[in-house]
Structures are given as structure tokens and as C-alpha cells.
Design a binder for this molecule. Structure first.
Ligand code: NI
Length: 260
């Protein structure tokens, strides 16, 4: 599969559970702002057949190169970022370190992996578990529960704020989004990072969708839209990597939380 159709398929699967993303794109288009996608993020379990390296392979085959490694010790996640020399959207892939969780999580992860074929990125997705399993996983890891329910799909797409012409940076975009009625993740502040680390990020809270679990339909958080403003690094080129502390809070955009 070529790069454009791959991203188109990933966008369709993502937008199907993230109505806010298409609405924001349409609102930006109405202002004359076509959206450039800064990056996508994928989540997975570190078990054979679906681990980070397996998900990275199709991107490496398409010419992507690894640009950084990241560790999230509290959430017990590892991640790697990839960029393409021709400027295609960056890819950020994380995986849950299942050995640091209970047998229940490890068994569930292996069961999901057994349901997918050789192309977990674009092939058949595993079936969501029973709702009680989702809730049990959530007690250990919001990330594990989200992944169990939604499978391997883009967890978010990202507006490249530095490519926008009618907003004077991320703060102005956030103000506009709030004015348009979108809720933004305020964990650690609306803006994660900033010019000092060459990357400022914000995100919506994940949309809430009616989701079909194995035994019932329940309303749960799906995916969110992210906004990233990159600044020039020491070499004068736009910074190409990611910032661990910022990503750590952005992960929480899919958490269950008290209604605000
Ligand atoms: Ni991101």
C-alpha cells in the first residue's frame, strides 16, 4: 500500500469514531485553512504479532525512519517516532509493557493478538471484549481499556498549527476551538510544552461514542484531535521529534473523567 491510501484508510477508521475531527476540519476549511496533518499516533500491546515493531514495519517499508524513543514509566508505555524524508505525516507508535500488568491484562492482550492477521494496521480488527472486561482493564490502565475496545487504529490525527495562516499560534487556535464549543484537555494546562522545547501541543477530549462491546452497548471515550505547533530547533529546521512530558498528558485525552 502507498502512503496516501494508507493514511486515507487510517483517517476513515479514525473519523468514523471521532466526529469532532471532521467538524473541526470543516470549520477550518470554511476559514480557508486546509489542514496539514502533523502526525498520527498508534497504540498497541507489546505482544508478538501486534507489537510496536510490527506496526512500524509498513511505515519503514514506505521509507520512514525512526527519529526518537520515549519512555512513560508511570503509564508503563514505550514509544518511538518516525518521520519521512519527503515530509509525509510523522508517526508516533506506543506500546503497553504488558509484563508490568496482571495476568488478566497479559491474557487479554494475547487473545486480541490471536484475532488479527499479518497486517494488524490495515487488516481485520479484533472484537471488543465484554464490557466487564473493559472495566477491569480500566482499573489497571485507561490505555489498555481504550485499546481493547477500539483496536489498532489511529488514536489521533494532528493539525499542524505552524502551517495555519489565520491563527497567531496555538493559544489563538485553542481560544477559537473553545469559542466553537469544543472541550480541550486541560491536564497540566491547555498547552503542553512550548517554544522552549520546540513543540507546543493541545488536544480535544476524546469524543464519547455508543460502542458495541461483546455483550452490550455502552458510552465510552473514543479518539481525540490534536493540535501541534512546531518551532525551529538549534539547526534552524522545524523540530521533528516529540516531548515526553507533553505526550504523557496528551495520552490522558482518552481517560474516563467526571463530566465538566
Ligand atoms: Ni500526538
Amino acid at each position: 500500500m502507498h502512503i496516501e491510501p494508507l493514511f486515507e484508510q487510517l483517517w476513515r477508521d479514525y473519523a468514523a469514531v471521532t466526529p469532532s475531527a471532521a467538524r473541526i476540519q470543516a470549520l477550518l476549511a470554511a476559514r480557508g485553512e486546509p489542514v496539514t496533518n502533523d502526525h498520527i499516533a498508534l497504540r498497541t500491546f507489546d505482544v508478538a504479532g501486534i507489537d510496536l515493531d510490527t506496526l512500524a514495519r509498513p511505515f519503514l517499508d514506505l521509507g520512514y525512519v525512526a527519529t526518537g524513543e520515549y519512555a512513560f514509566p508511570v503509564k508503563r508505555l514505550q514509544a518511538r517516532s518516525y518521520s519521512h524524508p519527503a515530509g509525509h505525516p510523522r508517526v508516533f507508535i506506543s506500546q503497553l509493557v504488558t509484563a508490568e500488568f496482571s495476568d488478566r491484562v497479559q491474557r487479554a492482550a494475547r487473545g486480541f493478538a490471536a484475532q488479527v492477521g499479518p497486517n494488524p494496521l490495515t487488516g481485520q480488527r479484533w472484537d471488543p471484549p465484554a464490557h466487564a472486561v473493559y472495566e477491569a482493564l480500566r482499573q489497571e490502565s485507561e490505555y489498555a481499556a481504550w485499546l481493547a475496545a477500539f483496536g489498532i487504529r489511529a488514536n489521533h490525527f494532528t493539525v499542524a498549527v505552524h502551517a495555519l495562516k489565520t491563527f497567531d499560534g496555538l493559544e489563538a487556535l485553542n481560544d477559537w476551538l473553545l469559542h466553537e464549543g469544543f472541550g480541550l484537555n486541560d491536564r497540566g494546562g491547555l498547552i503542553k510544552g512550548g517554544p522552549g522545547v520546540c513543540l507546543a501541543q493541545s488536544s480535544t477530549w476524546a469524543d464519547r461514542v455508543q460502542w458495541a462491546f461483546a455483550d452490550k452497548i455502552a458510552e465510552v471515550p473514543s479518539c481525540y484531535y490534536e493540535f501541534a505547533q512546531r518551532f525551529p530547533g538549534p539547526d534552524g529546521a522545524l523540530y521533528d521529534g516529540f516531548v515526553t512530558d507533553s505526550a504523557d498528558r496528551i495520552f490522558e485525552s482518552t481517560d474516563h473523567r467526571a463530566p465538566s
